[in-house]
Design a protein around this ligand. Structure first.
Ligand SMILES: [Ca+2]
Ligand SMILES: [Ca+2]
Length: 252
């Protein structure tokens, strides 16, 4: 009995000092180790990891991520149309195909074929960044430099050969490559830097078009907008009027 009293006394003293866990293991008596009531939802396992003595792990992770800057979010990818547009090249030019020579006779085709563009507006039209194509294999992209301009109220002649001595006498303002005009059936298409066609002429299928004939270009009548074969004589002997539209030569 005296020994039990000593044990009981020790338990109370130690409990008073806050050594509950030690008392439990030493005393070995459940009746003498009253534990404080557990909060609702608490468990002994949770009590072994007191949440009040250390910040919660998510907060620690946030602090860690804040101290280590992560790479900024990238903007969404630009649509292909924007990527394809050369910087500084405006879209939507208003120009007309006023004449084309698909089948020269006095000079070889690669030298004598030409296109004539007409600018009906009051402002110069830049063709830098525009694409000349037949919708299939023929493609030529006009580079951003040097400037390629159709003057207001004037024309620009484009051809595969720039020398008037060998191209039949055309005053060529721009020389292209990788583009040819079939003698009977073909398509002439100019696409702006946004990929939109500002000129799309197919021969001989377009309304108002006439069938080509060797040695004569086809020209658009400025009044009726219909096409006809040229009747003006070129230096080579073929028929055409490159650089002159509606009877008005392009200003120099
Ligand atoms: Ca041809
Ligand atoms: Ca002409």
């Amino acid at each position: 009995m005296p020994l039990r009293l000593v044990l009981v006394f020790s338990v109370f003293v130690l409990n008073g000092l806050g050594f509950t866990a030690i008392t439990s293991s030493v005393g070995g008596c459940s009746r003498l180790e009253p534990m404080p009531p557990l909060p609702q939802g608490d468990t002994p396992a949770a009590r072994t990891k007191p949440a009040t003595s250390a910040p919660p792990k998510p907060a620690a992770r946030q602090a860690s991520s804040a101290s280590t800057p992560s790479p900024p979010a990238l903007p969404p990818a630009a649509p292909p149309g924007d990527l394809a547009q050369p910087a500084g090249a405006p879209c939507g030019a208003v120009i007309l195909l006023s004449e084309f020579m698909p089948d020269p006779k006095r000079v070889p085709d690669h030298a004598g074929e030409f296109l004539e563009l007409y600018n009906p507006g009051a402002e110069a039209v830049s063709l830098n960044g525009y694409r000349l194509t037949d919708g299939h294999r023929d493609n030529h992209l006009i580079p951003l430099t040097p400037p390629v301009v159709v003057p207001p109220g004037g024309t620009l002649v484009l051809a595969g050969e720039g020398d008037p001595k060998t191209n039949g006498g055309s005053p060529v303002g721009y020389v292209y490559d990788h583009f040819h005009l079939s003698n009977q059936t073909d398509r002439i298409r100019f696409e702006d830097p946004c990929g939109v066609a500002v000129i799309d002429v197919a021969y001989p299928s377009d309304p108002g078009m006439v069938a080509p004939k060797g040695g004569a270009s086809l020209t658009r009548d400025p009044r009726s907008n219909r096409w006809r074969r040229s009747r003006e004589r070129m230096p080579s002997g073929d028929y055409g009027s490159p650089g002159i539209y509606a009877g008005v030569p392009t200003p120099k």
